[in-house]
Design a protein around this ligand. Structure first.
Ligand code: BES
Ligand code: ZN
Length: 461
């Protein structure tokens, strides 16, 4: 190692149990951003985090927004000649549903075989808190940091992130001026194999509602004479994708898609992803997707279409003969460069209007969107991040992409015009957005060490 971090590593080692206990405190706060009933809890999570950052020795600020507050903190004692790192994360979480599939309640963290299990364990409280733990240990051990640090932790990432978007566009250039952005909200390649993610997908998310007759009807008395909203919705959903080729059938959908470069296809193939292992783990009869592309290409770099929720008619036990009055679904398209959510929304609206049968009223509401982004994972700062990860894991860090989205990353790249480093500590099987989400504690601790190494490397450069 070119610059020593052992002093801080030793302190982190002694503080392991306390750091985990603090993380569990954080995880106990149900900061579900999408559900207005939880607004006070989201705020409580922000306050809790601000308290920890202040205790670590950073200057903190709670930034009010029209939505959930932004947590801001900084330590600028390294002086203007040293680099500045902006750390981004999110303290909000996805809803924990379905509740009855959790082994323990989602907001009562448990430690099972070296993993903490709770909603938000990886995504993103655990990963964000690895940063806080790293900064606290560095400041406690040395009374200073090797670089200037700013933190911006938002409370709306899982529900669209509109407040941070506005804040970064309005105040970012001055308040957030930095030399790079460091984000830990992605995954490693595999256990023990670190990675820097350089591509995130974008998102265009819709709710489609189909309204039929003004009340539920007897399906024998009225069936065949009145359009059934369930049938109509099924037709609309089915029209979005060709089941034979996996291609999306919305006119113009692929117009702006940047094709996969040959070098990228070769790099993906060289990673040697085990498709059969995925199939077995998920217990599906076969993997699926767009013809002509591998699993990694489909999930990392090709646009996709997925139903996220679907409702209509009788859901209880047994059979009820009914022609339901209404039906609906939530459907999302993951986008790649250079598609935009606004244009996709137009195309989807036109498509739905074209295929909807005349006997029902159909509305398409765009819920949220994000731009796809690819960042440059080369250059001295990215190299420092790759080297820091290799220091900690003793393994070369790979460059990977993901099918997930982090809406603000594109805006950071745009407004701040600096490298964005997606240094993830999660694992593919962490159960993000699923029941029994977990975070391997070894990755929590190694993640904190990787942050320390990165800051030390950057400070020594
Ligand atoms: N941390 C995830 C994104 C992610 C997941 C990156 C897995 C890499 C691997 C993030 O919190 C997330 O889930 N984002 C949402 C954004 C959406 C609600 C706008 C997503 O991708 O669904
Ligand atoms: Zn998420």
């Amino acid at each position: 190692m070119s610059v020593g971090s052992e002093d801080v590593f030793a302190r982190l080692e002694r503080g392991r149990d306390r750091a985990v206990a603090e993380l569990c405190e954080f995880l106990r706060i149900p900061s579900i951003s999408t559900d207005p009933d939880y607004a006070a809890e989201v705020e409580r999570a922000a306050d809790w985090l601000l308290g920890r950052l202040a205790a670590a020795g950073l200057a903190t600020e709670k930034i009010a927004t029209e939505g959930h507050p932004l947590v801001y903190a900084e330590w600028t004692g390294a002086g203007p000649e040293r680099p500045t790192v902006l750390i981004y994360g999110h303290y909000d979480v996805q809803p924990p549903d379905p509740l009855d599939e959790w082994r323990n309640p989602p907001f009562e963290p448990t430690i099972e075989e070296g993993r903490v299990v709770a909603r938000g364990a990886t995504d993103d409280k655990g990963q964000s808190y690895a940063h806080v733990t790293a900064l606290a240990a560095m400041l406690a051990e040395r009374g200073e940091l090797p670089v200037n640090v700013k933190l911006l932790i938002e409370g709306e990432e899982e529900s669209g992130g509109e407040s941070i978007e506005r804040f970064v566009r309005e105040d970012g250039a001055s308040k957030l001026a930095c030399d790079c952005v460091l984000v830990s909200d992605t995954s490693m390649w595999a256990p023990g194999v670190p990675a820097l993610t350089y591509g995130l997908k974008g998102l265009a998310y819709f709710e489609i509602r189909v309204q039929g007759p003004n009340r539920d009807l007897h399906s024998g008395v009225f069936g065949g004479g009145v359009e059934n909203p369930g049938n109509a919705l099924a037709g609309i959903v089915a029209s979005l994708r060709d089941p034979a080729t996996g291609r999306i059938l919305v006119d113009g959908f692929y117009d702006d898609v940047r094709p996969l470069a040959d070098w990228e296809r070769a790099e993906f193939a060289a990673l040697g992803w085990d498709e059969e292992e995925v199939r077995r783990d998920l217990a599906v009869p076969a993997l699926a997707g767009e013809q002509g592309y591998s699993y990694v290409e489909r999930t990392w770099a090709r646009p996709t279409c997925d139903v996220n929720g679907l409702w209509c008619g009788y859901q209880g036990k047994g059979a009820k003969t009914v022609l339901p009055a209404a039906a609906g679904c939530k459907v999302s398209f993951r986008l790649v460069a250079d598609q935009t959510p606004a244009k996709i929304a137009e195309l989807v609206r036109a498509h739905v209007a074209r295929v909807a049968p005349p006997g029902v009223k159909v509305t398409v509401e765009a819920l949220h969107g994000a731009e796809a982004v690819t960042v440059d994972a080369t250059g001295p700062i990215a190299e420092a991040a790759l080297a820091a990860m290799a220091d900690v894991w003793g393994q070369k860090a790979l460059r990977i992409r993901t099918g997930g989205s982090i809406p603000i990353v594109g805006t950071f790249a745009d407004v701040l015009a600096v490298p964005v480093l997606l240094m993830g500590f999660g694992l593919e099987d962490d159960g993000l957005h699923s029941p029994n989400e977990k975070f391997d504690l070894v990755n929590f601790h190694d993640g904190a060490r990787a942050v320390v190494r990165f800051l030390d490397r950057l400070g020594a450069a």
